[in-house]
Design a protein around this ligand. Sequence first.
Ligand SMILES: [Zn+2]
Length: 245
Amino acid sequence: MEDNILTLKGKVILEGVIELKTGMHIGGTKETLKIGGTDNPVIRDAFGNILIPGSSLKGKIRALLEKKDGKYKTDVRGNNLPCNCGECEICKIFGPHDSKAIQEPVRIMVRDAYLQPEGEKKPHDYLEIKVENTIDRVKGTTIKGGIRNMERVVAGSKFKFEIVFNVYKKDDIKLIKKFIEGMRLLEDDYLGGSGSRGYGKIEFKDLKIINKPKEYYEMKIKDVKLESASNLDDLMAKLEEIWSY
Ligand SMILES: [Zn+2]
């Protein structure tokens, strides 16, 4: 079995900005609710910084790829769960749903993406309350209890993201391309809640792709390959340029 042990060949790091084209809501818990606050707060850390959790970004991209490729599993209760085969590209990138099904090391790590306030602005300057209601179909008035206060991060806000791919095989370039395909799907979908009501349209911008082969960590080489890309199309081409495996 010795021959089957996969060793790390290097890391390919993808960085950039997630820009909100419309207001976004990724919910925090009610525990963060203060008196006079909203009933649907946006998620933030203990210091009040606003973030998109890495798990939210990763989970959404995975779900979009699984829907496109028909790679989800329906259980006896009718729940559609993430793929668990351990063999497909999606399982190799994100890991199978059940860790017992792991056959190869999981390739990806998605860090939390933090809001980047500009100039003198503070994180709370990027929040708005959107009031939504449900209208009685006959009376034309708001039904009792039909008003919801949704806290949203305003359109135009920028979050810095970072995704790390662990490279184990020559062929892993296909897995990174697959992930970028998922990012492309996300640009025409939404991040966070209430997407069908227009929330959470995003764009990936100011992209950078960096290749750090294992020799870099071993201090045998000092320079790494770095390319900038203005959009995801361009990023696909730049991936070929930095790939050295
Ligand atoms: Zn699978």
